[in-house]
Design a protein around this ligand. Structure first.
Ligand SMILES: Nc1ncnc2c1ncn2[C@@H]1O[C@H](COP(=O)(O)OP(=O)(O)OP(=O)(O)O)[C@@H](O)[C@H]1O
Ligand SMILES: Nc1nc2c(c(=O)[nH]1)N=C(CO)CN2
Length: 330
């Protein structure tokens, strides 16, 4: 198996939907394509003629395909995404570039490896350094960390409202909750609540919490609160398998909920949801994030402490209060 890196870019249409579909379609172990790492997403100013902002990211793949076969797979996905080539470096629904393929060096017009403009593009180097920091350019012998350090990152900003994370299920989409999710969220929350609180709370209390907190009206209210951030985790088949919400008020935030479907626990999704929340809180200048947890919920307590939350004391009704400091100067 060879290792290869792919740059993804999109600046037309439903950019995230297109990019998510592309990543998922590149995870096909049966045909010798396996996604091994996915970077964060970045919103980037266009290099080239005036055009809309891009979303860029990078992947590392393991593959049994030859470089040219891999390029053909990439080009096929660009066509499927509706890409039309008109203007050089112009706007596109999807751009998939092969950045490198092991130590392979090639210089044909059809395929040049490593990608000839890799070293001058911050919109490639910044996400690539996340997923392959130790990669070394086979010709210049420069390491990626060094290339990234020397590049001008202006115009390349982290996009904190979404992430695509790899887990044994394949690429899982962490994205904002939308109205079409409400029914599925209600069903998932009901399952999560029974699994989490059976034995810790009375059945009547669980039933009444679910009825109060996850009826369609309260879900809609939570989703639409101006200061709320509500994300869901969507598995590769389109099912919801996790959710979280943080409420921000000035430089403080409160993590109101974080749940993962019972059958998907232990895959790193809870941590991934927290990382997404944390990135957004940092981007908003939030300094501390609090939460409360039932004092008998040892699984959750262990999880939050592992993330770095510190207990600040008991709160009313059998709960503990925790805080996470985002700014080490606080
Ligand atoms: N490493 C590579 N990855 C992708 N395409 C390549 C590579 N090397 C050469 N090519 C060739 O480049 C041609 C033009 O590709 P494309 O239209 O995607 O360019 P572009 O995205 O507009 O510009 P750039 O190549 O600077 O990103 C393709 O037909 C492809 O055969
Ligand atoms: N920010 C940004 N600018 C670009 C991009 C891209 O992916 N991101 N792709 C281009 C052609 O490959 C030309 N310009």
């Amino acid at each position: 198996m060879a290792r290869a890196a792919i740059a993804l870019g999109a600046n037309l249409g439903e950019r995230f939907a297109v990019l998510t579909r592309a990543v998922r379609s590149l995870h096909r172990p049966a045909i010798g394509l396996e996604v091994k790492a996915i970077s964060s997403w970045y919103e980037t100013e266009p290099v080239g003629p005036p055009q809309p902002l891009y979303i860029n990211g990078c992947l590392v793949l393991e593959t049994s395909l030859s470089p040219l076969r891999l390029l053909a797979e990439l080009q096929q996905r660009e066509v499927e995404a509706g890409r039309v080539r008109t203007v050089h470096w112009g706007a596109r629904t999807l751009d998939l570039d092969l950045l490198w393929y092991d130590d392979c060096v090639l210089a044909s017009p059809e395929l040049t490896l490593p990608h000839p403009r890799l070293e001058e593009r911050a919109f490639v180097l910044v996400p690539l350094a996340e997923v392959a920091p130790d990669w070394q350019h086979p010709l210049t012998l420069k390491r990626l960390v060094q290339l990234r350090r020397n590049c001008d990152e202006q115009g390349v900003g982290r996009y904190t409202r979404r992430a695509l994370v790899l887990c044994p299920l394949g690429p899982v989409d962490l994205r904002p909750l939308v109205r079409e999710d409400f029914d599925a969220l209600q069903a998932l929350a009901t399952r999560c609540w029974w699994q989490t609180y059976r034995g810790l709370l009375s059945d009547e209390a669980i039933e009444s919490f679910i009825r109060y907190t996850y009826n369609l009206e309260t879900i809609a209210y939570a989703a639409e609160r101006a200061d709320g951030r509500f994300w869901v985790a969507e598995d590769p088949a389109g099912g919801l398998i996790g959710f979280t919400q943080a409420v921000i008020a000035a430089d403080r935030a409160h993590l109101s909920r974080l749940y993962v479907a019972p059958e998907c626990q232990g895959l790193g999704l809870g941590t991934a949801l927290w990382q997404l929340v944390r990135g957004e809180l940092e981007a908003q200048g939030v300094q501390r994030c609090t939460l409360t947890v039932l004092n008998t919920n040892t699984v959750a307590i262990r999880f939050y402490e592992h993330l770095g939350f510190e207990r600040t004391g008991p709160s009313g009704d059998n709960r503990y209060e925790y805080v996470f400091y985002l700014d080490s100067n606080v």
